[in-house]
Design a protein. Structure first.
Length: 291
């Protein structure tokens, strides 16, 4: 049976609840095979999974087991269910990178920079001081302006990652972190996430350090721009682990373009800030360990 909650989709199974902390409801289904889930197929994402299964990063990726077509003709990726080995897991989705839109998406938005009243209103709602005098007067903002601004209300633009959603061991979950922007706010959310499981913190830090070392020798990482990908943190009373998920906006770099994932992004340079986020996230967790 499928249970719906206002924020988070959960599937109740025999041994453990499954939770989806981001994305559209309906993008995921339980796999037919035990220990797998189905994610609506996007061909770009599928080709990433195929490459990643042969890359040094493989231990950090949910196993990709091919695809299936449902009765109504919809295609799904078959992926390892990362929650499968946990009992009543706590789960956190952190989206990495200094921006979560593609260069293409920004360029497209710039082609017809119409004034958008809806985006202006969303902006006002979050921060009445965000619109410029001119925007206030016009009662609208352009989409590219809105896209760039939106990354500044969370920690995405400043720290290179943001918290997307959390499910805690008590069963409560939230996706309401859009304006958690300062290091201090994040440290307090992270503290809350691990507080009853001190063993998890050290394991998480160790795993992030391994990830960083592995990224340095990954052919996939050297040749791709990672936009909108997440690190999925999962722990329970005895275990803790982290995986890389969500490659729907991960694209091979255009010919001749190289990035170091660590330099500031400027329009057109394709830098994603992945390592900026990874480093800041690790540092904030380190802070918790010390305190
Ligand atoms: P968005 O682009 O909005 O982030 P999406 O539709 O691309 O969403 P994902 O980000 O891949 O979807 O996944 C959404 C959520 O589903 C994750 O936050 C996580 O909670 C859950 N999830 C995704 N993949 C797995 C997996 N392999 N095992 C367990 N849970 C997963
Ligand atoms: Mg995602
Ligand atoms: Mg996605």
């Amino acid at each position: 049976a499928v249970q719906w909650s206002p924020f988070v989709q959960t599937f109740r199974r025999q041994r453990y609840p499954w939770v989806q902390l981001a994305g559209h409801q309906g993008n995921f289904k339980l796999g037919g095979e035990r220990g797998t889930i189905l994610k609506k197929l996007c061909p770009k994402e599928e080709s990433c999974f195929q490459l990643l299964m042969k890359d040094p990063l493989r231990p950090f990726i949910p196993s990709y087991k091919g695809n299936v077509t449902s009765d109504d003709g919809e295609k799904f990726l078959v992926l390892e269910d990362l929650l499968g080995d946990f009992r009543n897991p706590s789960v956190m989705d952190c989206k990495l990178g200094v921006r979560t839109y593609l260069e293409d998406e920004l360029a497209k938005a710039k082609l017809k920079p119409k004034l958008r009243k809806d985006m202006f209103e969303k902006m006002l709602q979050v921060d009445p001081s965000a619109p410029t005098a001119e925007e206030l007067q016009m009662g609208g903002v352009t989409k590219p302006r809105y896209m760039v601004w939106r990354e500044t209300i969370s920690s995405t633009a400043t720290l290179g990652f943001r918290i997307e959603g959390i499910r805690k061991q008590d069963g409560s979950s939230s996706k309401d972190y859009k304006t958690v922007g300062s290091s201090q706010q994040i440290v307090s959310v992270l503290h809350d996430f691990v507080q009853h499981h001190p063993h998890a913190l050290a394991k998480y830090i160790e795993r992030l350090n391994q990830l960083q070392a592995t990224l340095a020798r990954s052919e996939f990482f050297a040749t791709h721009e990672l936009i909108g990908t997440s690190l999925l943190f999962v722990h329970d009373h005895s275990k803790a682990n982290i995986w890389m998920i969500d490659f729907a906006k991960t694209h091979r770099l255009p010919g001749g373009v190289q990035i170091d994932h660590n330099s500031p992004w400027r329009v057109g340079n394709h830098e994603d800030g992945y390592l900026i986020g990874l480093c800041n996230l690790t540092q904030l967790l380190d802070q918790l360990l010390v305190n």
